[in-house]
Design a protein around this ligand. Structure first.
Ligand code: GP9
Length: 399
């Protein structure tokens, strides 16, 4: 790193201010379970099928007992699922091109695993796919996981799509770690993977009405199964006496509906297509549950997966001086920067491919000159993040 880059980096982090201490330390010392759910988009939450069936009844119920964030945009790039993992665990943006898991698997990261390991936690990542997929086996060392339970460590007694079904996956994961408290368990689900039309979902009993046999219909079934598996996991946590002593974080990793299926999404959600409206729909659910938090609420501040680590850090009371995200509970300013350089604030949506700004409320185009400074300021986060990845900057500045 050259002198200028060190200056830029340190001044970025020195200018960050802690904005509040609401719920600070409430989850300190508890276990942490983070559930990254494959292709779970926000539009299915509290939504119903044409026959009136809730798609995600378990999450809807859990949301009412949690802090729910309903304005969270996914920020993944070429590394897709693995990018979401990096965003949440290390609060850095994905690589500009390609996958950070392949490009920077030996960097220094101030990740949840590394931090909690130092505090005496056992740290476990689990995902029922081949350990080399997305270079996870190597990258998980850098992210501070003591053990990685890949498909080789599971009994494949329920088979959906790419492999072990979520229900069995969650239960087997918990059985491996529940005597090892305090633990951090990062579980990455798999059953609701694109294109969703697996044999299992052809025979799956969930009435999607007019969507039967369509792309969206299969997705609704997969999302319903993913939700059912989460419901079972919550029951199992309670049965095992772990639920009340665990901070539980659940979020979706990235889009389910690709752009060539945008019409189906617009029809289902009741919108007309525009680039700004499409961007608006690129949200994932994020919920945080701690039984000690009795005030349940939906927070609509704008954020992204990059904000998960600083939000957890406040709840568990540890420092993350090099996180690029913000604590979603205490921040006063909501915004999201996407890896394609789009920027979303309360006021506007900036679409980088068009270099145009739209009003967040009504979608009308606005004068870009009015927002240029703000857009540049927020896009600078991508530049700082690129330094962390390309220059292994966290290693360099600590040395
Ligand atoms: C593969 C799974 C899916 O192990 O995480 O990855 P994706 O194809 O969605 O990036």
């Amino acid at each position: 790193m050259n002198h200028k880059e060190i200056e830029e980096l340190t001044s970025h982090f020195n200018n960050k201010k802690i904005q509040g201490t609401n719920y600070k330390g409430i989850s300190q010392g508890k276990n942490l379970i983070i559930l990254q759910v494959e292709a779970l988009q926000e539009f299915v939450i509290n939504a119903k099928t044409p026959s009136g069936e809730e798609i995600t009844p378990n999450l809807n119920r859990l949301i009412n007992e949690s802090i729910y964030f309903d304005n969270i945009y996914y920020q993944t790039g070429g590394g897709n699922t693995s990018d979401a993992e990096l965003l949440s665990n290390a609060s850095v943006y994905p690589a500009k091109e390609g996958s950070a898991y392949f490009l920077y698997p030996t960097n220094t990261y101030d990740s949840i695993g590394n931090i909690l390991k130092e505090k005496g936690y056992g740290t476990y990542a689990s995902h029922a796919n081949n350990p080399t997929f997305w270079n996870r086996a190597i990258m998980y060392n850098a992210l501070g996981f003591d053990e990685f339970f890949s498909n080789q460590k599971f009994e494949i007694n329920e088979y959906i799509g790419w492999g072990l079904g979520d229900k069995s996956f969650y239960k087997q994961t918990l059985d491996k770690i529940n005597k090892k408290e305090p633990f951090y368990s990062f579980m990455i689900s798999l059953s609701s993977h694109y294109p969703f039309n697996f044999k299992y979902f052809e025979e799956y009993k969930f009435d999607v009405g007019k969507y039967e046999g369509t792309f969206l219909g299969y997705y609704l079934k997969a999302a319903n199964y993913a939700d059912d598996a989460i419901g079972d996991l919550m029951d199992y946590l309670k049965e095992q006496g772990i639920y009340d002593n665990t901070l539980i974080v659940i979020y979706g990793d990235h889009q389910a509906v690709p752009k060539d299926k945008a019409e189906e999404l617009m029809e289902f959600t009741g919108h007309d297509y525009s680039e700004a409206q499409w961007t608006e729909l690129q949200k994932v659910p994020l919920l945080i549950h701690d039984s000690s938090i009795t005030e349940h609420q939906t927070i609509s501040k704008i954020g992204g997966q990059i904000d998960i680590l600083p939000t957890i850090a406040n709840l568990m009371d540890f420092d993350v001086p090099h996180a690029l995200g913000k604590d979603l509970i205490n921040t006063s300013e909501g915004y999201a920067v996407l890896r394609n350089s789009n920027v979303i604030t309360n006021e506007f949506i900036y679409i980088s491919a068009e270099n145009k700004v739209y009003n967040k409320e009504n979608g009308e185009e606005m004068d870009i000159d009015l927002y240029e400074e703000k857009i540049k300021e927020l896009q600078n986060h991508l530049y700082i993040s690129d330094l962390i990845l390309k220059r292994d900057a966290l290693k360099n500045i600590t040395e």
